[in-house]
Ligand binder design. Sequence first.
Ligand code: AOF
Ligand code: ZN
Length: 370
Amino acid sequence: MTKYEYMQLAIELARKGMGRTAPNPMVGCVIVRDGKIMTDGFHEQYGGYHAERNALLRCEEDLTGADLYVTLEPCCHQGQTPPCTDIILERGIGRVYIGAMDPNPKVAGKGAQILREHGVEVETGILEKECLELNEVFMQYIATGIPYVAMKYAMTMDGKIATYTGDSKWVTGEVARRHVHELRKRYSAIMVGIGTVLVDDPMLNCRIEEGVDPVRIICDSRLRIPLESQIVQTAKGIPTIVAYASGDPKKEEDLRKAGVELIQINEHGRVDFAKLLAELGQRKIDSVLIEGGGTFHGTVLKSGMVNRIFCYIAPKLIGGKEARSPVEGDGFSYMREALEMTDSEIIKLGGDICITGCVRKEEASCLPES
Ligand code: AOF
Ligand code: ZN
């Protein structure tokens, strides 16, 4: 096997930690000697041992001179667990292949440097693009403290998210809907505008085996969320935040009693999305999946803080000029102003497809006021 194939295995292992490591990274590690995989490991949960330590502790055999493949630069700091560089050196590993460097200021090149200083051969940048993408959330959050934001919507071939009567169950088929639940597992929080709660009364949980429910966040400037909505009714079991600008004190108290956490941000009577994101970042929320309606998406895109879009398309047509579309507001005047994606890819999901891509940063400035 080549070094790229071993790193690919390490990436697949890392993914097993999805939904359980935030706000820390997903990391995988494979250790090879004389062409044989001796051991492997991954970061299983937040606060637990790192991938390298898990792999090394599982193997009692002599690993002197072995090759270690790891998706993220080994750490060299004492955090919740001891430095991985220590155990790598103790076990006499000969060569370390690194996928992506760690932007955490406590590591940032020092991990690789310490290994080299102790005579370990270090090669960096193996499947770097894939390893960076694996941890796109961590890379942004550790550097800025601002959560990574993805937006998701499902539409028909004629660009509608519901019929003119508001019916939207279901636009896409089962395979695509399962994919959405995988996203809900991957992202730490899910966010919608109050409109979605009033129309759909959703649960916004993660309904797959071994799923992890994201924190639910409702943007609700005037605190209109009904106490009898499914979200409020289940707030004691699933962490739920309502972000609002102003509201009746009695309603505030009732919501708190129901288990809802309230965040008040009043910017001229509205919740400012950028300020809300900063607040969520302080609460260790590293990523947010937006699953709102067209109005909410329009507002959020205007902030310029959306990193990625997941657009599901079902091969159906429903027509109707009153039928809602995924991004509303006033929109741009000219094609040349369009927000463009980089690194876009198409995923086939049964009869549906998903187009995903990163919003080109310099263009993510703003949509016109609606
Ligand atoms: C992980 N898992 O497999 C690797 C990490 O919170 P701590 O003390 O466990 O330290 C977290 C930091 O360690 C994290 O920000 C990253 O820089 C580094 N590497 N973290 O949780 C791992 N390899
Ligand atoms: Zn470590």
